[in-house]
Design a protein around this ligand. Structure first.
Ligand code: NA7
Length: 542
């Protein structure tokens, strides 16, 4: 008789999706255990506690929508909430719904194996702890597999250094530790959404900040502000409308594309609209723009020129401005970092931009970074070098399905899934926000809720019909994978390299291919609903 504990379901990850999935399965009366690598809940907001980390989504569109009581109880303090407040929120959720009692913390799952005879999954953590369950649900997030650069000498640096997603904890609060950047020589490698948030903050306190930039992004102003008591009352009174609006929009935000071409309007009207958008908070200038800016390269060139000129206006030194303007992609073709005075940082005397295209890094040395030009002496070196996106959090676990088949091998040429939620040869394996899932390009909690609710309904259906095994058919996953490829052709995301395409300069072995779903959240939801309405068409159940 095995002493390994057994549950109805095991969830990997106690972030936004894992927490909600736990809640829903418990409501169904199932026994559930969550295994979480971190020492607390919160996922992305637990790990990313570097200075400057905050939402780029409007706070009130980001919280859970499924508890009216929680919505009324919690006050977002800022329109784009900072990381410590976000952690405070997830702490409240965990306490309110008593989630922690079913979560094992500091437990990194290293392997998960399906046992055909017993129709059970068995997981093993790095500490050797084992557990079994009928269902294995991954809630591992899209950007959680930290990717350090492969630069010689990283271990030699004598000062403080870390990846932004491994910033030390402030043991007394919810945020990151004060590592003492004040007056110090700080260096940062990477200028994606994370690098930009960090640089803006570090430039305020560092004695000198050196930014090592490979290729710049097109950043756009966040325009954050505090939520006034009047706004708070209005937000709380209109949650139903807010969430209804998000549900209709292509990426789960309050904004949606204007169903008009850039070329349908006069240059004056277009310019005025761009200016209006530039003054608006959040992603509206990206996701509330003319629809063809994200589909037609000619239309994209128009908004790209507008955004490039904004950088030229904001950076005093024209040579430096050109270095900060992307030349390898248009505006919005990669994830747009939201900025708060980012470009103005480069007008400060205490900030230097090192263009790695001109002078590449050769190695990290004891006292700093050595480029082809010189050694930049540093006390602190921060890596904002991104993630092994979307698939990395799966392939870093040894996942074995029917007949010893490895998920890693199945996805060697790119992910193959049905609805981004499961795959053939991997029965009872449900991947929240998995690759090619509609939740991947979305105001993520909005689409997470759809994923979790769909999975919970599936599990209820199986219980009610006395079914114990569900597996996508090979045909269904082939069709879905082709559909994802087909719909992605119209998106400019696929025309450039970025983490959306699985590209990370530090992982040349990772095959380039679209990892998201481009047809939009409403289309994804409609497809999932249709599948459920047809008794989970495309899944074999017994
Ligand atoms: P990103 O967007 O993948 O950005 C990583 C950055 O690090 C990017 O500027 C990279 O340059 C740079 N990078 C990576 N490796 C190196 C090396 N070896 N040398 C120099 N520069 C390097 O990750 P983020 O964490 O900023 O953002 C991820 C998402 O989190 C973001 O989209 C939000 O949704 C939240 P490159 O792009 O390759 O030129």
């Amino acid at each position: 008789m095995s002493t390994t504990p057994q549950y109805d379901a095991i969830i990997i990850g106690a972030g936004i999706s894992g927490m909600y999935q736990l809640y829903r399965l418990r409501e169904l009366g199932l026994s559930v255990r969550v295994f979480e690598d971190g020492s607390d809940v919160g996922g992305t907001w637990y790990w990313n506690r570097y200075p400057g980390c905050r939402f780029d989504s409007e706070s009130y569109t980001y919280g859970y929508s499924w508890s009216k009581e929680l919505l009324q109880e919690w006050d977002w303090k800022e329109h784009f909430s900072p990381q410590p407040d976000n952690m405070e929120y997830y702490d409240l959720v965990a306490r309110k719904f008593d989630l922690r009692k079913d979560i094992t913390f500091n437990a990194r799952v290293k392997a998960a194996t399906y046992h055909e005879k017993e129709n059970l999954w068995e997981i093993e953590t790095e500490k050797g702890e084992k557990a079994r369950a009928r269902f294995l649900i991954t809630a591992v997030g899209v950007l959680s597999a930290t990717q350090m650069p492969r630069i010689p000498g990283i271990d030699k640096f004598k000062g403080f250094s870390c990846h932004t997603s491994r910033w030390p904890k402030d043991e007394k609060g919810f945020g990151g530790k004060d590592i003492g950047m004040k007056g110090k020589r700080v260096g940062v490698i990477g200028t994606g959404a994370t690098g930009v948030q960090f640089i803006q903050e570090a430039a305020k306190v560092a004695g000198h900040l050196t930014v090592f930039q490979l290729a710049p992004e097109f950043c756009a102003p966040l325009r954050n502000s505090k939520i006034t008591p009047e706004e708070q009352a209005k937000i709380k009174a209109s949650y139903d409308q807010i969430f209804a609006k998000c549900k209709e929009s292509s990426a789960g935000f309050m904004h949606d594309f204007v169903k008009k071409s850039v070329f349908e309007v006069s240059p004056e009207e277009r310019e005025a609209f761009f200016e209006y958008l530039y003054e608006r908070p959040g992603f509206e200038k990206w996701l509330g723009n003319y629809v063809d800016t994200m589909m037609d390269p000619r239309a994209n060139a128009v908004i790209t020129e507008f955004m490039a000129n904004k950088i030229r206006q904001r950076v005093k030194d024209p040579v430096l401005a050109e270095k900060l303007i992307p030349k390898n992609h248009g505006f919005g073709m990669r994830r747009v970092p939201m900025d708060t005075g980012y470009y103005e940082v480069y007008n400060q005397d205490n900030v230097t931009l090192v263009d790695l295209r001109e002078t590449p890094i050769q190695e990290i040395v004891e006292n700093g970074v050595k480029t082809s030009d010189k050694i930049y002496e540093l006390d602190i070196l921060i890596y904002a070098t991104g993630f092994d996106a979307v698939t990395g959090s799966f392939t870093r676990i040894d996942i074995t399905g029917v007949g010893g088949k490895k998920l890693k091998d199945k996805w060697a040429d790119g992910p193959v899934t049905y609805l981004g939620i499961g795959g053939h040869d991997f029965p009872n394996f449900l991947t929240l926000v998995g690759p090619h899932n509609g939740a991947t390009f979305c105001n993520i909690p909005r689409c997470i809720e759809q994923n979790v609710e769909w999975v919970s309904d599936l599990m209820k259906y199986m219980r009610d019909h006395k079914l114990t095994r569900v597996e996508p058919t090979a045909e269904a996953e082939k069709e879905w994978t082709e559909h994802v490829a087909e719909t992605s052709q119209y998106s400019l995301f696929t025309k450039v390299d970025s983490w959306f395409m699985g590209v990370n300069i530090n992982m040349p072995e990772k095959k380039r291919g679209f990892l998201l779903y481009a047809a939009g959240a409403p289309a994804y939801k409609a497809k999932c609903d249709e599948v459920a309405a047809h008794n989970y068409e495309g899944f074999e159940m017994k």
